[in-house]
Design a protein around this ligand. Structure first.
Ligand code: AR6
Length: 176
């Protein structure tokens, strides 16, 4: 499904984010920038060890923020590592999930990219309930498109499962 917000096309689709033909993909990272399982593991496997090595040099990213590395062997030129909250552990989950998404788009924009793909940050290993997370993530994407998007013209919400896709599509009909 697609929606236009300002000049930005928001595409909601199912897929493997490591295969997206976009300028940057967002990783669901942790503060230590250690790429473990889930989407991070898939990005590490597809993009190669150079991404983790660059993360090790950066060393740390605060909760709700994001850092950028190169994309290694991926089609995407950059990986934006966004630190979402661990549900039930980290403080202010709503604010921190919103900020993680908003700041990842901002960090991408600073690189002058025109397209970026995001996974459903925090909803896997970090346990954020999907329905609530979908609303927060889409609000952050919409707000960014309305307020700050300049070089970015395409935002792809890339969901791994059909179930996740349906939840995001329903939320997007309400919000976008
Ligand atoms: N493409 C798109 N989405 C994917 C892919 C893929 N290839 N693989 C998984 N997902 P998670 P989190 C979905 O657990 O909850 C790692 O250990 C997945 O189905 O990757 O933020 C990191 O190093 C889910 O919907 O991220 C962190 O320590 C979504 O991506 C921690 O997990 C996010 O699930 C981050 O946990």
């Amino acid at each position: 499904m697609e929606r236009k917000v300002n000049e930005v096309l928001i595409i909601i689709k199912q897929g493997d984010i490591t295969k997206e033909k976009v300028d940057a993909i967002v990783n669901a990272a942790n503060s230590a920038l250690k790429m473990g399982g889930g989407v991070a593991g898939a990005i590490r496997k597809a993009g190669g060890e150079k991404i983790q090595q660059e993360c090790d040099k950066i060393g740390y990213c605060p909760l709700g923020d994001a850092v950028v590395t190169n994309g290694g062997k991926l089609y995407a030129k950059y990986v934006v590592h966004a630190v979402g909250p661990r549900y039930g552990i980290d403080p202010e989950p709503e604010k921190n999930l919103y900020n993680a998404v908003y700041n990842s788009l901002k960090k991408g924009e600073e690189k002058g990219i025109s397209s970026i793909a995001l996974p459903a940050i925090s909803t896997g290993i970090f346990g954020y309930p999907l329905d609530e997370a979908a609303e927060i993530i889409l609000k952050a994407v919409k707000d960014f498109c309305e307020k700050e998007a300049k070089s970015i013209k395409i935002v792809v919400m890339c969901l791994f499962s059909d179930k996740d896709l349906k939840v995001f599509e329903a939320k997007c009909r309400e919000i976008c």
